[in-house]
Design a protein around this ligand. Sequence first.
Ligand code: C2O
Ligand code: CU
Length: 516
Amino acid sequence: MSIDQKNEHLPSRRKFLRQGLSGLAGLGLGGGMLPLVGCERGTSDPAGNGPLETGHSTSSTGPVREVHLTASVGDVEVGPGQTFRTWLYNGQFPGPEIRVKEGERLHITVENDLPDAGTTVHWHGLPVPNPMDGVPGVTQEPIQPGESMTYEYEAAPAGSYMYHSHESLQLDRGLVGPLIIEERTPHVEYDREHTVILDDFLPEAPRPLEELAGRRDDDSGGLMGGMMNRGRGGMMGEETDPRGGMMGRQMGGIVSPYEGLLINGKLPSDPSVFDVKRGERMRLRLVNLSSAIPYHLALAGHRLHVTHADGQPVEPVEVDSLVIGMGERYDVIVDADNPGAHALVAQPVEGGVPPARAVVSYQDSRQARPPEGQLPEGLRGEGRRLRYDDLQSVESLPGGGAPDRTFNLRLSGGMMMSRGEWAIDGQQYPNADPLEIREGERVRVNLSNMSMMLHPMHLHGHFFRVGNTLKDTVLVEPHMGRASFEFVADNPGDWLFHCHNLYHMEAGMARVFTYA
Ligand code: C2O
Ligand code: CU
């Protein structure tokens, strides 16, 4: 079984930095990947293609891994005495970790045991063949209750990914989980690893902004009034947070609908604990599966060596903190050289709810818990905070020169409008024109953010180049923030491109890139 095996089968690893070697095969972008035969990632790409050239591998020779995911209703305990009924994969929240080796074939059967709701699963970040992408109305019809569907694709390239329902607002109901594809030959050495899942926990059924706006007009007040504002897309609000705390006032008073912020399914009242031994190098796979919260994250007493961005290897860069948007992933390595118990803290970037907290705990250390409310140095405005400019792919990326096609897209919407409406270049999906491209083209997308919220923009089916690295999700800062990326159209189909604030996506902030 490829799930529920979190760490016990992971060997201790001691490998030296392999930065100088070509990783094209390891990126899975050079094609011809051989399964389980010690194919080194240093194998160079015979076709001489750059990593942007082949977004999906056609190899189908790897061993098959069968995985079953059942979406159903169940109870989760997110803190002491805090049990909620929600929607789950295999009765777990977050969903079970799917962990496979690079080059294996995944056959994932998704069974829908939900009452009255169709569902799909999207493999966020993986350049799967288009029919496997899990987007209702674009790549498939939803799986109806009582029915199932098997998704089949090659587990490549290696990296930290996530899977989630792509049907309406189901992601914020708990239908989320991590998907890890282990490298055959990691470019960094480490002894132990933990997957760290950041999530916002909604104790009730999510509602679209439009409906929430309607609720406000009804003056149903209190919580519902506030739900329009927090993180989900924001409208001018009059409410203050009934739960007190540190609600931002920049939008006229904000209320969070969230019960709280979780790390691996646990509220700060009963935090997840990550073990480590003194002297080890610990790899943390940071995954933001939240629906509406970008985080600023740091670990007290330690620096973070960022080794992967959105699953793809980068030259290690040492920072004190990083910002991780919804849909983004960073792998970091921590040198365990400071015995004790330390707070791993993820603070919402846009204010609002109190931070998510977990504990990194040294074995045999006398201290079991960090000091109450400990705030890592990196979140106190000290030290170095990761910027996209710091990220340097281990590969030299092709590019330069004029792209074949350029899209200039404005991101707009939100608080100044009468309803929770979000748009890309003035159009609200699904009432929006497709973005037509041709196979083989190098496509450039320039984004400018005319709104007052941050938007993590995610492209399905491709990695794109941001600066000197490959990603699949890029944060666009508010207030005229800009971002640009380039991708090669090498995986034909209809590919959703959208804001990974789930509520913005549902309110129209999405488009489809299309090519045959
Ligand atoms: Cu996490 Cu459309 O994706
Ligand atoms: Cu957005």
